[in-house]
Design a protein around this ligand. Structure first.
Ligand code: FES
Length: 197
């Protein structure tokens, strides 16, 4: 069984499972406004180790992420699926930005707020630039792929969407100490064709 270390926490995962699905099952700090439809980029993760254990970069990711961002290891969690049994180490963009902001507000010993502002601002600019820099083709291609109805309302499973949102929010509010791993199958969150290496 593949292992995913996400936001410094080991998580069990299934072959073919997208990183977003792993995160949602474990209530990890991640965004998914478009419910995995490749529209919002809120599920972006930086892969620190084990990039070769993931499926190749998709056209959807190329629509949204500039090459430099891909070169830095960023992937969309709803597109990058597990295809190998090796360990993957990653941090979600939501958590990375939270930590960077935290470092500005409460600088670690030996650092000043100024030291910590730069990585936070750089990341924020990169996040916004990836939308502006690829505009309008990112939206047009997504609209073409999804169709107008899905583009306007991309949520696949409102019930599961709400439950996962509540679990993640609850976990953030209580300091991240409670993990609830749901055991039920979530076939709609597994990708087809993510072959085992
Ligand atoms: S969940 Fe929206 S792009 Fe991945």
């Amino acid at each position: 069984m593949p292992q995913v270390e996400m936001n410094d926490e080991m998580m069990e995962a299934k072959l073919g499972e997208p990183l977003l699905s792993v995160a949602r099952r474990h209530a990890a700090h991640i965004g998914f406004y478009c419910d995995g439809n490749g529209l919002c980029t809120m599920c972006e993760c930086r892969v620190i180790e084990g990039a070769d254990q993931l499926s190749p970069v998709t056209d959807i990711e190329r629509n949204w992420l500039p090459q430099q961002r891909l070169d830095e290891g960023y992937r969309l969690g709803c597109q990058a699926a597990l295809r190998g049994r090796g360990t993957i180490r990653t941090i979600t963009r939501a958590e990375e930005l939270r930590r960077q902001l935290q470092a500005v507000l409460n600088p670690p010993e030996g650092t000043t707020p100024n030291d910590n502002v730069r990585p936070f601002v750089r990341n924020m600019v990169a996040v916004n630039w990836q939308h502006i820099g690829t505009w309008p083709f990112n939206w047009l291609r997504t609209l073409q792929r999804l169709g107008l109805a899905r583009f306007v309302w991309p949520i696949n499973n409102p019930d599961l969407f709400m439950r996962d949102t509540m679990r993640i929010t609850a976990r953030m509010l209580n300091g991240g100490t409670t993990i609830t791993v749901e055991a039920e199958a979530r076939p709609n969150l597994l990708t087809d064709g993510a072959a085992e290496k």
